[in-house]
Structure formats: C-alpha cells, structure tokens
Design a protein around this ligand. Structure first.
Ligand SMILES: Cc1ncc(COP(=O)(O)O)c(C=O)c1O
Length: 315
C-alpha cells in the first residue's frame, strides 16, 4: 500500500520566457521539483511505495545508502521519520559540509561512513546491516541506491498516467529526464506502456556509460510492469544519452550558462548533477531535434542547486 508523501499531480507548465530567449519551439516542464515533501523531488514518488512496502512487511527500520551528494539520503531519512521508522544510511565518500547529509541527520537518521570512495560498498553494507538488525530483533529493510527497485519505480509508473492526463492529447517530440540509479526512468517506461502516450523517452545518463544505464533501466522497468500487471515496457521507446562529460556532477560552461538562463527566465533551480545536464540535452533537442514540444522533467535536486547556482554569486 502506498504511503502518501507527495502533493500530486505536480504542475506541467510551458516555459515560454525561456523558449523566447532561446528562440525555439515550446518546452514543457514537469515540475517534480515541486513534489511537496521536503526537498525530495522525484524521489518522493518512489518513497511512497518503498515506505508502503516496508510497513507492509512490518519493518521498524530502513538501512539506505548513497553518496554525500545524494538527494535520496535526505529524502529517505525524512520519509522514514514521518512513517515512524528508524533510519540508518551507509555513505561512501566524505560527508563533511554536504547539505543533504546534514538534512538526513536533522531528520534523525544515523549516518555510517565507509571511509572509501567505492560506490558499490555501501549497498553491500546496507544489506548486511539490515540482516544484522533483523537478527538482533529489529526488523529492518535495506534500500538500494536511489531507492531504485521495481517497487520504488511504481511511483514513476503512476507519474506516466498523471502526465498523460495533463497532456490531454498533446504529443511531445520527446520526454527528457535524468538517469542516475535508473528507477525513475524505469517506472516512466513501465507506466507509459499502459497509456496511449507513444513518445520517445530520452534518458540522460549522469553517472555511468549509457549501455550500463540502459540495461539497469530496462531490467527495473520490466519487473515494475509485472508488479503492475500491465503491458511490458518498450525498449525501442528508450534512448540513452551520455552526460557524464567531465565527470559526475561536473558541468560544462554551456550547461552552466543554460542553468543560469533557466534561473533568469523561469525561476527554475537546476543542480549540477541532474538538472543542468539534462536540461542541456532538452535544449539541444529543441534546437536541433524533431519538431514539436519537448518535455523536460525537472526532477528536483533543489538543495545542491542552490549551492551550485550561488557558488560564484557569494562574495
Ligand atoms: C534530483 C534528482 N534527479 C534525478 C535523479 C535520478 O533518478 P534515478 O536515480 O531514479 O535515476 C536523482 C537521483 O537521486 C535525483 O536526486
């Protein structure tokens, strides 16, 4: 059963000042930066189902994992707290000064650092820790990176139906969204298969080569579709774009320029890891892609966006 967290539907808006400045066709923005639960953005959708599942199995604690920049760690800590669950988070990297980690702590989560930059280790340790807690009498559930499981993806599958209703027959040339751990894009594909919205999905891979991201997305999407009892996702609907560029969370001058334009024309906050890179791909499609409106999914990342957009403005 879904545990309600988000304020849905999120708005679908036309960014007309932005496209006037770019002299392009229309851009539609799906405002999942406004999901209304903390600064969880797109992850509020996944967490409704992950928390629902944890409660269904009688869990008393969650053990999540991620990196110091992860928006999910703050989101899962807050979601666990409001659902009355304990939360531990296993982190790679250095959490010093990381606002999302501070937010997770403020929400009552216990943070455990691996002390290494190995991004795979926290997930293994989280699984082990959940088993230890359960054996010791506190039933605990491990949550993988980004909450990207077939159950978590159910949130974005429902978002596809939400979007189809908002579009009311308008067919975008493409839907552009970021791909990190892959659950959001996977859910979207699973959900779209159950609608008549036959639109290419452009997944912007920010942390790994597109081939690996594609395999992860399609695997979660297929399992999510089975859980929904709906039609299988269509692999031909998905195109993966490589946006790792200079590195995870490192933007190009062009991406920064466009993020600033989005701020100046529409008041949108774009972070370096997801927003700025994905938005640049959406603009590229507007300028050089097929005719028709492009739909860019703003997935949130508002906490790091403020740091990114203000880094030069702060004296
Ligand atoms: C702001 C934001 N956008 C996009 C994503 C990517 O979503 P996914 O991990 O489901 O691919 C994340 C992941 O945490 C995120 O925090």
């Amino acid at each position: 059963m879904r545990f309600p967290l988000a304020v849905l539907p999120t708005p679908l808006v036309r960014a007309d000042r932005l496209t006037a400045a770019l002299a392009t066709g229309p851009l539609l923005v799906k405002r999942d930066d406004l999901t209304g639960f903390g600064a969880a953005g797109n992850k509020a959708r996944a967490l409704e189902h992950l928390i629902g599942q944890a409660r269904r199995v009688g869990a008393e604690a969650l053990v999540a994992c991620g990196g110091p920049g992860s928006n999910f760690v703050a989101a899962v800590a807050m979601a666990a707290k409001v659902a009355g669950l304990d939360c531990e988070i296993v982190l790679w990297g250095d959490p010093a000064g990381a606002p999302n980690v501070a937010l997770a702590r403020a929400a009552g989560a216990r943070i455990v650092c691996t002390g290494s930059t190995d991004r795979a280790e926290p997930e293994i340790r989280a699984t082990r820790r959940a088993a230890e807690l359960t054996a010791a009498g506190t039933r605990a559930v491990a949550v993988p990176r980004g909450g990207s499981t077939p159950v978590g993806a159910l949130g974005f599958a429902a978002a596809a139906t939400e979007l189809a209703a908002q579009l009311a027959g308008v067919r975008p040339a493409a839907i552009v969204l970021p791909v990190g751990s892959g659950g959001s894009c996977a859910g979207l594909l699973a959900g779209l298969a159950g609608t008549d919205l036959d639109v290419p999905v452009v997944g912007v891979s920010v942390s790994r080569p597109p081939g690996a991201a594609r395999a992860a997305v399609l695997e979660i999407a297929a399992e999510c579709a089975v859980l929904r009892g709906g039609p299988p996702p269509r692999p031909d609907q998905l195109e993966l774009v490589d946006a790792v560029g200079a590195g995870f969370g490192i933007t190009s001058a062009r991406e920064d320029e466009l993020a600033r334009l989005a701020l100046h024309t529409e008041g949108l906050l774009l972070d370096a890891t997801y927003g700025a890179k994905t938005f640049a791909v959406a603009v590229e499609l507007l300028q050089h892609g097929p005719a028709g409106p492009v739909l860019w999914w703003h997935t949130g990342g508002v906490v790091p966006a403020v740091a990114h957009l203000t880094k030069e403005a702060v004296p």
